[in-house]
Design a protein around this ligand. Structure first.
Ligand code: SUD
Ligand code: ADP
Length: 351
């Protein structure tokens, strides 16, 4: 399978009967008060989680970020974002459903609402929408759930408002919202340079089978980067841009992705943030060990953690690893998923 054409994932999947008479190709009906424009009354977008199959972290930059060679792979765990217009007096609001709801901020700091605000500002529109997040991606788990919600809300509102924002502009807004947000929009697999926001799509030659051990709590991304710097200082190597070698993507890892060879990928997975995540949460070592003993080809912390990712040989092995992780009581839940997965995709645009 080659890398997904990123344009593909900005449109409908076309599976929900949206070609009914009186609708356009996004399923939107014409409303007379809209002067003939096609305006859906609600839009639902699905967005995947990610795992970093390589996360090479450079030195701390003067702006507080680190240069990265960040090899993103989208995985088939999804949040669904639905946007519906509200009355202008009501203003924007966000609600959330799913097991992690109590960890999601429901004020204007929610990344999905920040995305709505950013798109509305860009087009001079009032951001009067209700955003509902049906959350399946673990919160603060190193799987980019907040970024997924931001990318999803952006695409959903662009469809709802008919603003047809060019893809490059959408990606610019994503990058302003967070380093991982552009990848959530694009999905598939990509190399993220800069602070992770400058993307180059990557080819993936097969399906990879993963197990994710979801931890009880979360880890703060800035705290994990700070710990990475602290460990580097303690080692005496320094943590600045002049002390740490410029991060580079591994050619063998990229070849493993291209070929779809799970064993080659397993042998080349790496995460420079893993020592920092384990230092902040030492119990992760045991979680990683349980998955390895249960037959994982490789185990690593997903991004800033604390979710642990296990690459499996096949679906049966993935199921065995998930059972072993649950039985050992080293995680809140163990989820199986495959990659690559498509980026933000409009599922429904309904009247
Ligand atoms: C570590 C990674 C790996 O993909 O994701 P997670 O595993 O947390 O999901 C990312 O680099 C996280 O990206 P994201 O969560 O979008 O971070 P941002 O909002 O842009 O930045 C939050 C904070 O993380 C730190 N940060 C982030 C990106 C980067 N390249 N260098 C950094 O030092 C900075 O302290 C920054 O203030
Ligand atoms: N829509 C959102 N979903 C999840 N977290 C959000 C959201 N908006 C803001 N946040 C905040 O972002 C933090 C990081 O969450 P998340 O993106 O899930 O984790 P990570 O950065 O580890 O991938 C959370 O602790 C939460 O306070």
């Amino acid at each position: 399978m080659s890398a997904p054409d990123t344009d593909l994932f900005f449109g409908m999947d076309g599976t929900d009967g949206t070609d009914a008479p009186g609708t356009d190709d996004t399923g939107a009906r014409r409303r007379p008060e809209d002067g003939g424009g096609n305006v859906p009354m609600s839009v639902t977008v699905r967005v995947p989680a990610k795992v970093n199959v390589q996360l090479a972290v450079g030195g701390l930059r003067p702006d507080g970020f680190h240069d990265l060679a960040n090899v993103f792979l989208a995985v088939g765990l999804y949040d669904e974002i639905t946007v519906t217009p509200t009355a202008p007096t009501e203003g924007p609001r966000v609600t959330c459903s799913g097991p992690d709801t109590h960890h999601v901020p429901l004020d204007r700091s929610n990344l999905a609402l920040r995305a709505v605000d950013a798109l509305a500002l860009r087009h001079g529109i009032s951001p009067d929408v209700h955003v509902h997040i049906d959350k399946d991606i673990p919160v603060a788990g190193g799987m980019a759930g907040g970024s997924a919600d931001a990318a999803g809300a952006l695409l959903a509102c662009d469809t709802l408002w008919g603003t047809r924002t060019p893809r490059e502009e959408l990606l610019d807004i994503c990058a302003e919202l967070g380093s991982d947000v552009p990848f959530s929009l694009v999905g598939g697999a990509a190399l993220g340079r800069g602070r992770g926001e400058v993307l180059t799509p990557l080819e993936v030659g097969g399906t990879f089978h993963w197990v994710f051990a979801v931890a009880d709590g979360g880890l703060s991304t800035p705290a994990v980067y700070r710990e990475c710097d602290r460990l580097r200082e303690r080692r005496g190597t320094g943590s600045g841009v002049d002390d740490v070698p410029a991060p580079e993507a591994s050619p063998v890892l990229l070849a493993a992705l291209r070929s779809g060879d799970a064993r080659l990928l397993a042998a080349n997975l790496s995460n420079d943030l893993q020592p920092a995540a384990v230092s902040l949460l030492p119990s992760l070592d045991e979680t990683l060990a349980v998955g390895r003993e249960a037959g994982a080809l490789a185990a690593l912390v997903s991004g800033s953690g604390p979710t642990c990712a296990f690459l499996a040989e096949d679906p049966a092995s993935a199921s065995d690893i998930a059972v072993a992780l649950r039985d050992a009581d080293v995680c809140r839940d163990a989820r199986t998923a495959t990659s690559p997965a498509p980026g933000a995709t409009v599922l429904r645009a309904a009247v």
